[in-house]
Design a protein around this ligand. Structure first.
Ligand code: ADP
Ligand code: TMP
Length: 259
């Protein structure tokens, strides 16, 4: 049976994949994962029933894994199915992308071969700005933007590498190869940097190590949609089912978050 929808305050933000709502506690907000898939910066959008719940479940488990490893995240607990409670943060408009293997845009930008290992993992910053198309940032361009101090940039890099290596190792245990991922961070009221947003196959590439490396069936992430392969929800369901073996048990929050 479906869990009840939490009681919420006003809608704070509607993005391409999630809605954020205020709660009675100004330090917390509720996130609803939407049943939509978008590509090409939102220009291509379809309704995908079941995707929101799966992304919420997958994200909750991966945030729990990171918290258990001592990495601070915004995750506060699951609300109803498809909903989570998070710390309300001032988001840093950066996308931190880590790549353990070459794939996606890197293949168009550097002479690399799909699947080529990148050791140490490649870390790049992009400016999170839909109107500008989320451009790549060099270190000098990041300095021009002046949105993080040099110390914060180093802290972001350290945290992002720890997140990547923790997830890469854990997912490897369930035969999922973490090819790359995109992370977002925010600051809490004390200025502490926390990992935010979501950790799902919408924001990373996962290849099934139980499939032949040349088979399209190895793709268990949003590339199925980007490449028109179909089977997006089945792929996300496989990821969620595999994660059960890690026995992560995300905590549940009181679903009666009143406005
Ligand atoms: P987008 O806005 O890029 O289309 P989403 O649909 O995923 O993306 O919307 C979620 C929005 O919420 C993003 O802008 C993200 O930066 C922001 N966000 C994620 N976590 C938090 C948080 N803990 N506090 C405040 N904002 C957050
Ligand atoms: P890319 O190869 O297209 O640059 O993507 C690298 C990783 O970042 C991949 O896992 C998908 C993820 N990503 C997002 O989550 N949001 C985005 O807007 C983009 C461009 C990539």
């Amino acid at each position: 049976m479906d869990s009840p929808t939490p009681v919420l305050g006003p809608l704070l933000h509607e993005g391409k994949a999630k809605r954020l709502y205020a709660t009675a506690d100004a330090r917390l907000c509720a996130v609803e994962f939407k049943d939509t898939a978008t590509a090409a910066n939102g220009r291509h959008q379809v309704y995908v029933p079941g995707k929101g719940r799966l992304n919420c479940r997958i994200s909750s488990q991966l945030f729990t894994l990171l918290e258990q490893g001592g990495l601070p995240t915004h995750f506060q607990g699951l609300l109803g199915d498809g909903w989570m409670l998070v710390r309300s943060l001032r988001m840093i408009p950066l996308e931190v992308v880590l790549r353990n293997r070459a794939a996606g845009s890197l293949l168009r930008q550097l002479p690399t071969v799909a699947g080529q290992p990148l050791a140490p993992p490649l870390l790049d910053f992009y400016f999170k700005d839909d109107a500008l198309g989320d451009p790549f940032l060099s270190e000098a361009r990041l300095a021009v933007l002046n949105i993080v101090t040099p110390e914060e940039r180093m802290r972001l890099e350290t945290m992002a590498r720890q997140v990547n290596s923790t997830l890469h190792q854990a997912l490897g245990r369930i035969d999922l190869d973490l090819v790359d991922l995109k992370l977002e961070f925010g600051r809490d009221h004390t200025g502490q940097l926390l990992l935010a947003d979501e950790l799902s196959p919408d924001n990373c590439r996962l290849w099934d190590q139980q499939q032949h490396p040349d088979s399209p069936e190895r793709i268990l992430d949003k590339d199925r949609f980007r490449q028109g392969l179909g089977g997006l929800v089945d792929a996300y369901r496989t990821v969620n089912q595999r994660l059960q073996a890690l026995d992560l048990k995300p905590r549940h929050s009181d679903s009666r978050v009143k406005s």
